[in-house]
Design a protein around this ligand. Structure first.
Ligand code: AN0
Ligand code: CP
Length: 316
């Protein structure tokens, strides 16, 4: 695994989850592995969890960390080839990626979808150009299309809360005032393809995700029906994929409430955070004993740490 941009870059998900759980028991057991090496975290968008947990994971492995926020602090990058750069973009990714590679051994990047043009987002310009021009491994900290460190943390959390039967896991859409990317939902689905579970996706009509990612997963447009007997309810908002980036108003309220959770098999509530209370999920659900959101956030450290550990072992 040179780069980590997709959950399938892991050779074996189940084994990686076990390795992450082993790390979690003693997070400093490989504290010398990254000694003398540096990771650069490049943020083109906001973050709380990804930023702190990836830094913590790096620190647990003895890596030095440099964090850079693009946006206001970095030069605006150009991604087009053969372009006359006489507008507002000061630097081409071709130089930028090679330059960053001079200062570090691993580059991690967060660059969300713009939600303006599907084709442009799906080309994954930022992460793919860094992979093309950088001379060091690249880690995806949420790109246009995926958030594989989140999906790995979710796999770890599912494993820790395993039930003694094949679990029913439901990915439910929930409302949000802003247009949000598809990345978290996509990577959760990619990860669930590798699990032995009954997996159902529920969302309003018009919110169908990319069929190439969903593949043969059951889609149930009736949220209550989908929730019946579920062991895990994984909640996320996303904007329309077909009407790309649009928010389609709903008559029915898709917010996750205690009444809806009563339809489940004492189901656990999961969300990657940040979450808008009483829009996406009612206080009574996120504050309940069945809410796993803080554990998911905690597992972001071990998800990042096991990925960085695998990359460092290959660098040696
Ligand atoms: C982002 C998203 O939905 O992709 C980040 C989630 C980890 N969420 C928001 O922008 C609120
Ligand atoms: N879940 C997650 O990636 O959170 P941040 O956007 O705060 O990093």
């Amino acid at each position: 695994m040179k780069h980590y941009t997709h959950i399938n870059d892991l050779e074996n998900l189940q084994q990686t989850v076990q390795e992450a759980l082993f790390l979690k028991k003693n997070e400093l057991q490989f504290e010398s592995l990254g000694k003398g090496k540096t990771i650069c975290l490049l943020f083109f968008n906001n973050s709380l969890r990804t930023r702190l947990s990836t830094q913590k994971a790096a620190q647990n492995l003895g890596l030095n960390t440099i964090v850079m926020n693009f946006g206001n602090e970095g030069w605006q990058l150009e991604y087009e080839d053969n372009i006359i750069m006489n507008q507002n973009k000061a630097e081409h990714v071709k130089e930028a990626a090679q330059v960053v590679s001079q200062y570090c051994d691993i580059i991690a990047i967060r660059a969300f979808a713009s939600l303006e043009k599907k084709q442009k987002d799906e080309a994954e310009l930022v992460i793919n150009n860094f992979i093309k021009y950088a001379s060091v491994p690249v880690v995806n900290m949420e790109s246009s299309v995926g958030h594989p460190l989140q999906a790995l943390a979710d796999a770890i959390t599912l494993e820790e809360h395993k039930v003694n039967h094949k679990p029913k896991v439901v990915l439910s859409w929930a409302p949000h005032p802003k247009a949000l990317p598809h990345a978290v939902a996509n990577s959760f689905i990619d990860m669930m393809h590798l699990q032995d579970a009954e997996f159902v996706i529920t969302h309003p009509e018009g919110y169908d995700l990319n069929p190439e990612i969903v593949k043969n997963v059951t889609v149930e447009y009736n949220q209550e029906k989908a929730f019946e007997n579920a062991d895990f309810i994984y909640v996320k908002n996303w904007s329309s994929y077909n009407e790309y980036g649009q928010v389609i108003p709903q008559e029915k309220d898709w917010m996750i409430t205690a009444d809806k959770m009563k339809l489940t098999n004492n189901g656990k509530f999961m969300h990657c955070l940040p979450v808008r209370r009483n829009v996406v999920v009612a206080d009574e659900v996120i504050d309940s004993e069945n809410s796993l959101v803080i554990e998911q956030a905690n597992n972001r450290t071990y998800s990042a740490q096991i990925v960085l550990k695998k990359i460092l072992e290959e660098l040696k």
